[in-house]
Design a protein around this ligand. Structure first.
Ligand code: TXA
Ligand code: MG
Length: 372
């Protein structure tokens, strides 16, 4: 765990594949697709300019959007990023404000910002020249084994073609990046389904920069006193060229080919049949010239909401956790269907997992949001 103990690998085929991927990370400038508990990552050495360039290139990502470094243990962080082989206090490089959070939530979908050390081994391309770097210990055993076996901090964005929905299956990575990367480790479906929660404890009050796998409520309750005051970074959009604390926010994100229209629940006290009538009207209007369209439902839309031969209906799940887990795979699935030109999605309230789910959906919908 946080102290560096490794998952035991018992299957020889798995071990062989992990060693091959670890060799690519450690000894080459190439990249590897690999599973994490959140989404699949596209990994390369955080320490090596050419590896990081290859990540940006493979997924067509603008290089001013910095990457998260994935580590297997805090010991590895100290050795590989701070160049300290013997440390009496393993947490000495981590500001106190993070201690409670990482003791409770690492390994897991929590990313923290740390100041870039003066004698940093990190490639400047990993951090996109920011004064801080982002780091997390993933809990997925394949990810942990890969990082530990390569003994290299792995810079990894989500392994999708830039602007596409993040991949939660190895086949999604293959679909987006085939021919551009040498190897994908298939670890099955990602359980969390959205990216890690990114927090900044170096400002006061501390900020939630990106909602993700751990909820805002969990951060506030588990982080200790300082985090009880944690604010959510404003979702304002940013002008091209403007320096921002969350560089990711200025880019298009999570977009299927089809146009996405999001229905956001507003007045849950008003009459349900009336609200659904409004939704039906909007769908009919927007879809009047479409050959085929999809409706992704969550908690309220019934599966007979629309009786139209052109509709493809799919449920994202009946709890916010299920909805979060299925979100990206379902967007991809209906987007792949022939002639689907429009995807209507039923949003949920922004509590718990709802904050991350709605954050991704608003981006997927480029703010085409209809209240219901
Ligand atoms: O769950 C995840 O975090 C996945 C898996 C693969 O670990 N990775 C991921 O990476 O989502 P990516 O590159 O898609 O998102 C990284 C986010 C971006 O919003 C980026 O702007 C932000 O972290 N970020 C990275 N370094 C930062 C820094 N120094 N300051 C502020 N934001 C930073
Ligand atoms: Mg991404």
């Amino acid at each position: 765990h946080v102290d560096g103990s490794l998952p035991t690998i018992t299957d020889p085929e798995t071990e062989k594949n992990l060693l091959e991927a670890a060799k690519v990370i450690r000894d080459t400038n190439n990249t590897v697709g690999f599973p994490t508990e959140t989404v699949y990552g596209l990994g390369g050495s955080s320490l090596n300019d050419d590896s990081v360039l290859n990540i940006y290139k493979a997924k067509n990502r603008p290089s001013d959007n910095p990457l998260i470094s994935h580590i297997a243990s805090i010991d590895q962080l100290n050795r590989k990023i701070y160049g300290q082989s013997e440390t009496s206090d393993v947490l000495q490089n981590i500001p106190k404000i993070y201690h409670s959070l990482i003791e409770k939530l690492w390994p897991g979908p929590l990313t923290v910002l740390l100041p870039v050390p003066e004698q940093s081994t990190l490639s400047k391309l990993t951090t996109a020249d920011q004064p801080t770097f982002a780091v997390r210990i993933p809990s997925n055993p394949v990810a942990r084994a890969l990082i530990a076996l390569s003994d290299t901090p792995i810079a990894a964005p989500s392994a999708n073609q830039s602007t596409r929905p993040s991949p939660t299956l190895a086949s999604h990575v293959y679909h987006d990046l085939k021919g551009r990367i040498p190897l994908i480790l298939d670890g099955g479906a990602c359980t969390v389904g959205v990216e890690s929660t990114v927090v900044d404890g170096l400002v006061s009050p501390p900020l939630l920069l990106r909602p993700g796998g751990f909820t805002w409520e969990q951060i506030r309750s588990m982080g200790g006193e300082d985090w009880a005051k944690c604010k959510v970074e404003n979702k304002r959009t940013v002008e091209e060229g403007e320096k921002v604390r969350t560089p990711g926010m200025k880019y298009r994100h999570y977009s299927p080919r089809a146009k996405v229209i999001l229905f956001a629940p507003e007045d849950i006290s008003s009459d349900l049949p009336e609200r659904l009538d409004g939704v039906r009207k909007s769908i009919n209007e927007h879809a009047k010239d479409s050959q085929r369209f999809a409706v992704l439902s969550t908690l309220i839309f019934p599966n007979n909401l629309i009786t139209d031969p052109r509709v493809v209906y799919k449920s994202l799940g009946t709890t916010s956790i299920e909805i979060q887990t299925n979100l990206f795979a379902s967007l991809r699935e209906v987007d792949e269907m022939e002639n689907v030109e429009l995807i209507f999605v039923e949003g949920i309230s922004e509590e718990g997992e709802g904050l991350a789910v709605m954050n991704r959906l608003r981006k997927a919908a480029s703010n085409n949001v209809i209240l219901f």
